[in-house]
Design a protein around this ligand. Sequence first.
Ligand code: MEV
Length: 446
Amino acid sequence: MNKRIKGFSKLSKEAKMEWLVQSYFNGDGTKIEELKDYWHKDPKRQSLHDEFIENSLSNFFIPYGVAPNFVINGKDYCIPFAIEESSVVAASAKAAAFWSERGGFKSEVLSMRKIGHVHFTWAIDPQKVRTFFYDIKQELFKGTEDLTANMRQRGGGIIDIELIDRSDIESNYFQLKGIFETRDAMGANFINSILERFSSIWRDKVESSQVFSEKEKESLLIIMCILSNYSPECIVRSEVSCKVEDLFNGKGDFPAELFAEKFKQAVRIATIEPYRATTHNKGIMNGIDAVVIATGNDFRAVEACAHTYASRDGQYRSLTRCTVEEGVFRFWIEIPMALGTVGGITNLHPMVKFSLDLLGHPSAEELMQIISCAGLAQNFGAVASLVTTGIQQGHMKMHLMNIMNTLECTHEEKAQIIEHFKTDTVSVAAVTAVFKSIRGKATKPS
Ligand code: MEV
């Protein structure tokens, strides 16, 4: 049977579900109940969520947790995380508590500039393009004043416009590069609207110019106008540091000097070895993405930007660095990220509003500081485990609940299994064996 359909988006939600069930689930109506089971009990709230995207049928839950005890620039935060991976919140909370007793995190936004381009090709003498650009540059500012008025009032707007000749990588390829400040907005719509206006001003000015021949005019081809999610000038730096001897947490028997040395080497390996760098940065993004999602920001943009930045010198490297010098352990992250605390879904999604409330309604700048610290904490937790106990101990402890839920353990069985694995190593096989023995005992006739 052909499973294609025209006009799907125009169908009602009920009709969409019906079509899905008929086409993909052999008419099994229980599938509709499965979707409805995750609808919000309040129809108004449900329709709010439905209206975020096209063809919405239900909601997809992921846990929303908090990591308390973050001290950033002397201020206390309890940071919200939206994530499904068992150990992420636990690791961040542990690292936050550890550093709260060692001076906390220091964080600084170095710059908040964002970039976008009008990409075009033009088969004429590059010097003529340059001269033309300088002739009309002010018109580009003037012709976008209506679009920038509100942003200028808030202290943002277009910082500069540059002409970039990229004929070194593609013949006749140029860019109009806009540099923007978008204050507390992520700014994608603002930037894209301005770029599209730049392109029409550029085209109109070329058309009406006496400088170019008809042939030259015809060879101008505007390819596209779009912000760049690579924003190396929208960047934050966060750091923790303490005396090496203070790294000892009073528990266990791992000497502080050995810990510092192994930790530094682990970060060094992630700086020089891309296989390790990828996993190391994935750990950082565990923390970053979770807070980006909880605060209603675009984690795909933040991810893409982070990875481009991690490879800025031609090799993919760690986003964090560590030094141990003169008895001081220093660990830091430098990461670009474009965030918003106004616009988008920030004042629509109830849980995003809750997150921003919990964080004390931060500016975009403060949110960059908070989120980079969540990434740094996450990386500290992961690397600290890797160089001491190994990652599986903590991971499997947190994963225990998932294993028990897969086995459909009762409340009482869970309590017994958790007690058992306070001392034993967690694995799927070991948990299954303990579960079977508990259930076996329970069902044996007395
Ligand atoms: C797992 O989600 C993340 C880690 O692999 C990160 C790392 O290895 O640094 C634990």
